[in-house]
Design a protein around this ligand. Structure first.
Ligand SMILES: [Zn+2]
Ligand SMILES: [Zn+2]
Length: 267
């Protein structure tokens, strides 16, 4: 990292890295669902809708715009690191091993909080069309939707990452772990079907963490479920279906799950 490179070198390198990451993880999830595991999932009575290529193409197109914006912000951050302006560091002993985990969890909580309020703001009728409509065009999300943001929304999301490298000391390993967590979690929450049973340990997790069911409901009911990783803010500010995690799912098809939740709330 001590070798300095021109800005454009970083920019094009990050386009390759970010696009490769998206295509590998979202594409890998798509292939796993629709070819390798489809028989197994159907046996588990998980109903998988056939892929809608029109919305997948639209999501990939938006994700390419997001890639360019995130690559620009990543290149800017590394370019500034080379000049000593960021708080990124490479020597673990500078803050100790414990700080790696502490800063990782701290940034997740901070990002979840920023995302919740930004997300609610983007749903304001004056902003929605410009900032967030693109992400919601897929009423039934798929792994491809995980990185599909309107450019205006992608700029704000990327600004968060730029802001933290200038204000919070972060080891490079922590940054990589954070970016992988963001990517994998986003693909997970956009699977479009509930992956885990709604009982036992998973029920407890489903109560506090955002999963595919929680976020799929947001793609259909815009006034609920704005959280990114955790359900804390949704619970505190009353934007969560009060008993969505308590509903006994009739089966693992998402539509019947949604119907059960909506009717249990209405009754
Ligand atoms: Zn939304
Ligand atoms: Zn979404």
């Amino acid at each position: 990292m001590s070798d300095r490179h021109p800005f454009l070198y970083y920019f094009f390198a990050f386009i390759g890295i970010i696009l490769g990451r998206y295509l590998t993880i979202a594409g890998g999830a798509h292939l796993l669902i629709h070819s390798l595991f489809i028989k197994f999932l159907v046996k588990q009575s998980i109903r998988i809708d056939p892929p809608v290529w029109e919305s997948i193409h639209r999501d990939i197109k938006l994700s390419i715009y997001s890639t360019v914006i995130f690559a620009f912000s990543a290149a800017f951050s590394i370019f500034q690191f080379d000049r000593g302006y960021t708080l990124l560091y490479g020597d673990i002993d500078r803050y100790g091993w414990w700080y790696l985990g502490f800063s990782f969890v701290g940034v997740l909580v901070l990002q979840d909080t920023c995302f919740y309020f930004m997300h609610r703001l983007f749903h304001h009728p004056l902003l929605f069309r410009w900032f967030h409509l693109g992400h919601h065009l897929s009423r039934q999300p798929t792994p491809w939707t995980s990185f599909a943001f309107d450019p205006a929304e992608a700029i704000f999301q990327a600004l968060f990452l730029v802001a933290i490298v200038f204000t919070i000391p972060l080891h490079f390993a922590t940054v990589i772990a954070l970016i992988m967590t963001m990517t994998v979690w986003s693909v997970f929450t956009h699977l479009g079907f509930p992956l885990f049973p709604s009982s036992g340990y998973f029920r407890w997790c489903g109560r506090w963490a955002v999963g595919p069911l929680h976020h799929s409901l947001h793609h259909q009911k815009y006034t609920k479920h704005y959280g990114l990783y955790f359900t804390f803010w949704d619970k505190l500010l009353g934007t969560e279906y009060p008993n969505y995690y308590r509903v006994d799912l009739p089966d693992k098809s998402l539509q019947s799950t949604k119907d059960a939740i909506v009717s249990s709330v209405n009754n």
